[in-house]
Design a protein around this ligand. Structure first.
Ligand code: SF4
Length: 179
């Protein structure tokens, strides 16, 4: 792990800020300019990022960024966070919604995984957008928690569906939701 104070972008950040998850979330790296200050991007990568960030959501927490090898494009930590053009390739066999979650969503934000088990999607915001995400069709789409009204509508559905006995609260990072 690199010392964050050696990265110009964060040289004035206090340890209290650095260790505060609110600060980490608020200071995610979301554009090529900031990313260029942390890792060395090849010209090919820069071109790909310029083109692809219009379609591929990127967000990397500063802490995670210090774990990336700044000079190795094959660093596995870096490959989990930095988009590449290959992600835009889709094969004929690919499914938009491989788990058919949209089909089994009786109300927005709630999906029946099984008749008696469901998932409550309370946010689409993740502190980092993983390049391997299986929910990329909506992870980061609006990059915020669902509204209270949206969540309440899903809770109302759960209340009037007594067969449900197991609810997983998820989405992006549900534990980073703020009031
Ligand atoms: S939903 Fe999970 S896997 Fe997908 S980007 Fe968010 S944290 Fe990563």
């Amino acid at each position: 792990m690199r010392d964050y104070r050696e990265i110009s972008l964060w040289k004035n950040v206090t340890p209290e800020e650095w260790n505060d998850w609110h600060w980490q979330l608020s200071n995610r790296i979301t554009d090529i300019e900031a990313l260029s200050e942390i890792i060395t991007l090849t010209s090919e990568e820069k071109k790909a990022l310029n083109d692809d960030l219009l379609e591929l959501r990127m967000a990397i927490t500063p802490y995670y960024a210090t774990l990336m090898d700044p000079n190795d494009v094959n660093c596995p930590i870096r490959m989990q966070a930095v988009p590449t053009s290959k992600e835009r390739y889709t094969a004929e066999e690919d499914f938009y919604d491989p788990l058919a979650e949209d089909r089994y969503a009786p109300v927005p934000g709630f999906v029946h995984r099984y008749p008696d088990r469901g998932i409550l999607l309370v946010t689409d915001q993740c502190s980092m957008y993983c390049r391997f995400c299986t929910r990329r069709r909506f992870a980061g789409e609006v990059d915020r928690p669902k509204s209270r009204e949206e969540i309440q509508a899903a809770i109302d559905y759960i209340e009037r569906t007594p067969v449900l006995r197991d609810i997983l609260i998820t989405g992006g990072d549900p534990l980073t939701m703020e009031d």
